[in-house]
Write a protein that binds this ligand. Structure first.
Ligand code: ACO
Length: 399
């Protein structure tokens, strides 16, 4: 392959990198945006063929919340694309390998991405670590149960919504799977909202004067309004730092006049909404879809960062052809994690370990699918106890 991989540095190069991504993706709307405003210097890798950018892979500096609440350094991988004229020549493979080495050199413990196709990224060590689904709520039937918390106050901030206001809330999101949203991500969202013909509405929830949640929403399928009977509002961003904020935002959304359906774009698989309404069938859940594709860049640091449950330690052998410094056996137990030369109880590749890492996929499921090389059958059950989490992992950030 005569293609050269390098960091895109000048404005022209970075814009060429984004153009390649948009050309590869076909459907995306943000062609008029200057790429330097939504990317981070030094992180956009390009593949050059005779001086022309033909492929790219970008990332943002971020952090990921892992079980137990620690935030680990995280590369949020995005803008991956190869021109249709240059596909299937190994270009993205070369970009991914370089990107992982760069992330490791920066001390990033994990990387994650949202995948266009489910068959691309496992070969690079990514596994599905969290899932999400949409929910459609029939407003007329969706009376909240009397036990649902009252919540605090909701204020309309349609006109004064700013990144500072929203990130002031989101930056405190502490659930497993939440990520820091980078400045470029916010800027792109702001620009897309501004350019949209359809209005966006914003409400912030507060308790005792402290902002602790917000929702962004907009009307959907606006043809035939306002007299129709299928009037839908789509909730594009829903952030609640606790149960009170969540309930307060539900109350607001489910009491909007002239709305038949409230559609949440992304909820955790164990979101309590279906349990909070009198008529359970008022909430129609969409299918689970893969959300976080996670890559453990530094396996030892990632394992040390998360909390584990009780039980006997288990020795897990990990293989990682792209980052062989991760190869080896790790003893994982309630008191911590250490590399070991002890014989392993089971073995996995690094993508399978990533799938289990946030607790969203159980070891039992992975073993049943043949993805674990089991030497000691009891170790699978022990690992499930060690890796158990209180709430299913969920990010809520699409990038
Ligand atoms: C995080 C994000 O940004 S997600 C966005 C990803 N981008 C897109 O989906 C845009 C459209 N697609 C593309 O631009 C390209 O097809 C890419 C980026 C997905 C793949 O780039 P390529 O340079 O063609 O990949 P490369 O040649 O390195 O392929 C590596 C392997 O993955 C496989 N592969 C790559 N893409 C796909 C795909 N979409 N479907 C199935 N297999 C694929 C190849 O067949 C190859 O397999 P092999 O090693 O067994 O031969």
């Amino acid at each position: 392959m005569s293609v050269e991989i390098m960091v895109l540095t000048t404005s022209d190069e970075v814009n060429a990198g984004l153009r390649v991504f948009l050309r590869a993706m076909i459907h995306l709307p943000f062609h008029a945006i200057d790429a330097t405003e939504i990317t981070e210097p030094g992180r956009f890798l390009g593949a050059l063929d005779g001086g022309e950018v033909v492929g790219g892979a970008d990332s943002y500096t971020s952090r990921l919340v892992v079980p137990g609440g620690a935030r680990v350094p995280h590369a949020a991988v995005t803008h991956v694309g190869v021109l249709p004229t240059h596909r299937r020549r190994g270009i993205v493979s070369a970009l991914m390998a370089r990107q992982l080495r760069d992330a490791a050199a920066r001390g990033e413990v994990v990387a994650s991405l949202r995948a266009t196709e489910a068959v691309i990224y496992e070969r690079f060590g990514y596994g599905v670590a969290s899932s999400a689904r949409s929910a459609r709520v029939a407003v007329a039937r969706a009376r909240l149960r009397p036990e649902v918390p009252a919540g605090g106050t909701v204020r309309l901030v349609d006109r004064e919504v700013t990144t500072e206001l929203l990130d002031g809330v989101h930056a405190r999101a502490g659930w497993t799977g939440a990520i820091d949203r980078p400045a470029g991500w916010w800027e792109l969202r702001r620009r897309l909202r501004e350019a949209d013909q359809v209005p966006h509405y914003a409400v912030v929830h507060g308790t005792g004067g402290v902002d602790d949640g917000y929702a962004l929403y907009q009307p959907r399928d606006i043809a035939g309004r306002p007299g129709g009977s299928e009037r839908t509002v789509g909730v594009t961003d829903f952030v609640a730092l606790d149960d009170g904020a969540r309930a307060g935002l539900w109350r607001h959304l489910l009491s909007l006049d002239m709305v038949d359906t409230v559609e949440f774009d992304a909820l955790a698989l164990d979101d309590p909404l279906p349990l909070a309404v009198v008529d359970r069938r008022a909430v129609e859940l969409g299918p689970a879809r893969d959300e976080t594709w996670l890559r453990l860049v530094d396996v030892e640091a990632a394992l040390r960062a998360r909390a584990f449950g009780e039980g006997e330690p288990v020795v897990v052998q990990v293989s990682d052809p792209l980052l062989p410094e991760n190869d080896g056996a790790y003893e994982i137990g309630p008191k911590g994690v250490a590399r070991t030369v002890a014989p392993p109880d089971l073995g996995v590749d690094v993508a399978t370990l990533a799938a289990a890492y946030l607790g969203g996929t159980r070891w039992r499921q992975l073993a049943a699918a043949g993805r674990v090389d089991v030497h000691d059958p009891g170790a699978v059950r022990r690992l499930d106890v060690l890796f158990a989490v209180d709430a299913l992992p969920f990010s809520g950030t699409f990038f």
